[in-house]
Design a protein around this ligand. Structure first.
Ligand SMILES: Cc1cc2nc3c(=O)[nH]c(=O)nc-3n(C[C@H](O)[C@H](O)[C@H](O)COP(=O)(O)O)c2cc1C
Length: 311
């Protein structure tokens, strides 16, 4: 499906390794997300056909458009990864990770490390452009490695042939420090290029969403941590709701539960407990609810508990 950047409230789900698994993506997609992105896959691991890597590419039927994110530091490895992706259906685009701050990834010369060498970053983007048969090519980046140079980054991304850039409003050195988020720098990047800019970082409420759109002038936003334990944020934004009704929350939680069972079978009951612990936070009598869900492995009993508690 085409991504329409002229659409009001275009919403992306951020890739969050370990959180945005297939059941989670399936649910948020149903309730307001426009574009989902896979967890980051290492192009090096991918070309060696690691089974785990291949599993990370599995998507839900409703994930359309679906973007696969790759990380890498060499033109040859990236080319090989792209050629493999070319043979796989159901992938609408490839996103190059230029933002990951994790030492293991940075020391390998991938992720945000590419921000230290913009010409090299540009060559990697051009490599994807040259070999990919997918509709879209995008880049997800931070504002810089140590200092901020968002305009330069955005220009290289545009000139190398990408269709849009997603900017997390921090540098690599900022890690995830709350006081370092900088939406003005995203606005600077937006001014410097004509490709769409997707703003990302710390959007965790309807009000924050409106504030970020206003400051950055971005074409879309991407939300990650603000959706964990709060997947109805997308529904809230799409419908401009100050408060999401309890009925809708229940519907979304049950949908998530069903999706977990579909993917993980009965094991999904136990895996879903951690989600129920988060979802029940701030509700009255949450601790006795947690106690009950901790003691069942039966899907019907668990469903009954959910129905009752969130009614
Ligand atoms: C646990 C975790 C895992 C992440 N995994 C990825 C990833 O695989 N690829 C990526 O580009 N960014 C990843 N990120 C960064 C997020 O996509 C996002 O840019 C960042 O969390 C800021 O947005 P947020 O405040 O909406 O979460 C991850 C962040 C966290 C906290």
């Amino acid at each position: 499906m085409k991504i329409d950047f002229s659409k009001k409230d275009l919403l992306f789900l951020a890739p969050l390794a370990g959180y945005t698994d297939l059941p989670f993506r399936q649910v948020v997609k149903k309730f307001g997300v426009d574009v989902t992105v896979s967890e980051m896959i290492s192009s090096n691991a991918f070309i060696h056909h690691s089974t785990k890597t291949l599993r990370m590419l599995e998507k839900a039927p409703n994930e359309d458009p679906y973007i696969v994110q790759i990380a890498g530091n060499s033109e040859e490895t990236i080319k090989q990864a792209v050629l493999l992706l070319n043979d796989m259906d159901g992938i609408d685009g490839i996103d190059l990770n230029c933002g990951c701050p994790v030492p293991k990834v940075v020391n390998h010369g991938s992720g945000s490390s590419l921000l230290k060498d913009l010409p090299k970053m540009g060559r990697l983007i051009e490599t994807i452009k040259k070999y990919s048969n997918k509709r879209y090519l995008s880049v997800k980046s931070r504002l810089g490695f140590e200092s901020k140079y968002p305009k330069e980054i955005a220009k290289v991304v545009e000139q190398s042939g990408a269709d849009w850039i997603t900017l997390h409003g921090r540098t690599r050195s900022d890690k995830y420090k709350p006081d370092r988020i900088d939406y003005n720098s995203i606005a600077d990047a937006k001014q410097a290029v004509s490709i769409p800019v997707v703003a990302n970082g710390d959007i965790n409420s309807l009000q924050k969403y409106k504030e970020v759109k206003e400051i950055t002038g971005s074409d879309a936003v991407m939300i990650g941590r603000g959706a964990v334990g709060n997947p109805w944020i997308f529904y809230q934004i799409k419908n401009d709701l100050e408060v999401v009704k309890k009925d809708k929350i229940k519907e979304i939680i049950l949908e998530h539960f069903n999706s977990m069972l579909e993917v993980y079978g009965d094991l999904g009951v136990a895996i879903f407990r951690k989600h129920l612990h988060t979802y029940s936070k701030n509700f009255p009598l949450a601790s006795s609810f947690r106690d009950r869900v901790n003691r069942t492995n039966n899907r019907d009993i668990m469903r009954g508990y959910i129905e009752e508690f969130f009614s």
